[in-house]
Design a protein around this ligand. Sequence first.
Ligand SMILES: [Zn+2]
Length: 175
Amino acid sequence: MELWGARLYGDPCRDCGFAWSLTPRGAVELVTALPARYAGLTEGRRGDERLPGLAWNVTAYVSHVTDNLRNWAERLAAARLSDARHVPGYDQDLLARVRRYDEVPLAGALWSLRWAVAAWAESVSAALDTGIVLEHVARGGQSAEDVALNNAHDAAHHAWDIARILAYTDERVIG
Ligand SMILES: [Zn+2]
């Protein structure tokens, strides 16, 4: 069984400090605030900034969060609308390559994030109301609550990644 959530990252997350005691509705609020949070973090930036040791640049992290939200929103919607609960894994690195995340213009990535967040909030809220539980091929049962928390953590974790990439970039400019 694949490790996920607090058992994988620690509670709070040992890197970004995300607390898994957040409620599912709190997770929806966190994700709803993402477009403004990410726009603020990246204001005045190019998006191609990098940190040695991290595979992705700033824009790639934005695009990953967007696609992750879309993916899970679609899965929860499918379960709610057609009772299709089986969920396969997906290869986020392969998706990054075929979508060429590293070359997506930052403004386009932020635009996509806004729409993905709106669709995700609708789908997750409806899934929470109806008590959806997905069957993930590697993780087992994933309730709407689990998905809300996992997706909120992914977004918070990568906001932390973006912040440290940009802090590193600033140090190099000043130094
Ligand atoms: Zn984290």
